[in-house]
Design a binder for this molecule. Sequence first.
Ligand code: 173
Length: 502
Amino acid sequence: MSNGRILSGKEVAKHNSRESCWIIVHGKVYDVTDFLDDHPGGSKIILKYAGKDATDEYEPIHPPDAITTHLSPEKHLGAVDPQTVQKVEVRISEAEKLRLDRVAQRPPLSEILNLHDFEGIAKQVMPEKAWAYYSSAADDEITNRENHSAYHRVWFRPQVMVDVTKVDWSTTILGQRSSMPVYITATALGKLGHPDGELNLTRAAAKCGVIQMIPTLASCSFDELVDAAQPGQTQFLQLYVNKDREVTKRLVQHAERQGIKGLFITVDAPQLGRREKDMRMKFEAEDPSEVQKTGSDGVDRSQGAARAISSFIDPGLSWKDIPWFKSITKMPLVLKGVQRWEDALKAYDLGLAGVVLSNHGGRQLDFARSGLEVLVEVVEHLGKERGLVFPNDKFQLFVDGGVRRATDVIKAIALGATAVGIGRPFLYAFSSYGQEGVECALKILEDEFEMNLRLLGAPAIKDISRTMVDASNLSSHIAPIPGDRLYESNYESMQVARIKSK
Ligand code: 173
């Protein structure tokens, strides 16, 4: 809402205190004095930029329209003359120089062979804070690791002598075409990893024919991500339910009008989990005595940006809200974060379109079971109680967490899932290589599907059957027997892609 006024950087710089605090974001000047104590991220971070250009700090954490929608029009003071703005001096640390060197030395994408490789590179090239935020998980990160390990307790029973000259791994998800039984699941704060944030995912998804689930807390605005989609491209929306239901209603109905084809309501995050890698990074990056603990609204700000910006999420969300959701939208409704069969059954009985068996990438309740393990009990109980057979078009089961290979996806399909969500690996792919990285990750999965479907004797996704896997050990959480150290000392570990030192 520009009033046509042009301010000089010098004028803005005078308002550099708690008493009068102006900041510049995207070339516009805002008076945030009265907003300081209401900022979900605390006043301290704003005051650091009082009288200055805060765009770089603002960008990854806020959708572009956050400031314009939250600040009343009279606080929008006008544009700033860019020539007159004194740049905030950023000293490049030695560690940052080394990181930039590593960025320059990334191996070409042709040397990236699997999804683990992206993680290996991302760890080396991402800013430490961003890596800590993306990779961290709850408490001891047991569930985070279990999500991946669970796939190792399922083994194949391949079928031979089947004509697999042609194989086809395309499928449909909530009635929408997808080039593979994989969708890009929602992850927040994409601009921490790459300046284009989630747009990398939208564009790669368009090229590769997969579905993107847009997160409520994307760094890009919802409209930006929808506008970037190609005609006919399918997008879903992940929803954090606001304490103010009117806000949620507006968002949902806007999404439906914009052509979103499925609403995934997150139900496993009434409060954000404790992610210690992320917390520790914050304490290392700042003087711990200065980390602001709580604001006037009682929001705990010691646990990073995520905690702060999630304070709008309603912990009061309950089954009673489902009829209301059904009254405000015709989009298929899916609960994301279901962790036991009893809740999957309730979702079915309430007429929802499906559930995502997920523990939020191990970022919420530690010692929650893997989605894959929950899938087996859901299929068994909904079969017994309601006579359902899976995969089922009327009530679809999805799984996410820990997926790194097409074999992982195929195991989930064999056990009854319609499709599988992948989150972090795509974040790592665009953080290291932008949009091309995501396209490469999807191409790798395609290649893996082709080969593994042939080797399994399943020419199409519908041919993947329950008899093709042995999951008898999946729910036994046994501790591993002591390793065979002599044998292991001879075994040479496989390596993820590395940056060659000069
Ligand atoms: O897992 C997350 O980090 C997440 O879902 C989230 C929630 C709120 C704000 C930022 C991220």
